[in-house]
Design a protein around this ligand. Structure first.
Ligand code: FES
Length: 119
């Protein structure tokens, strides 16, 4: 079995009025809108760094954003991640895990320092 054939974990139902970005194991970032988002008239756009809009693929598949860097149609996934040794298996921390700091205990990093003391 190649890494692209890994069994998919069971999917949880999407919370109402939500946009979920799901990190696929060894694959793209899949953007999922709860069904009621469409009823609410919400739309989804993918833009470049200048705000130019990338037309969304119209292939009927879930929107998947490349994170391996090898897609020929970036920023969207074209499946190229299956042909390279790309691994991305970060597991989200459990909310009950004792080593997960709460928001007010989160250590500061360089970005936080940059916000406090911009150049
Ligand atoms: S994640 Fe699929 S082509 Fe990059």
């Amino acid at each position: 079995m190649s890494h692209g054939d890994a069994p998919r974990p069971p999917q949880r139902p999407l919370p109402p009025r939500s946009v979920t970005i799901r990190c696929r194991i060894d694959g793209p970032l899949v953007v999922e809108l709860s069904p009621d988002c469409y009823d609410l008239g919400l739309s989804l756009r993918v833009t470049d760094h200048e705000g130019g809009e990338h037309p969304l693929p119209d292939d009927g598949r879930p929107l998947a954003l490349c994170r391996c860097g090898h897609s020929a149609r970036k920023p969207f996934c074209d499946g190229a991640h299956k042909t390279i040794p790309f691994t991305a298996r970060q597991i989200a921390p459990s909310p009950s895990a004792p080593d997960v700091p709460s928001a007010d205990q989160t250590p500061t990093g360089p970005l936080d320092e940059h916000k406090r003391n911009p150049p």
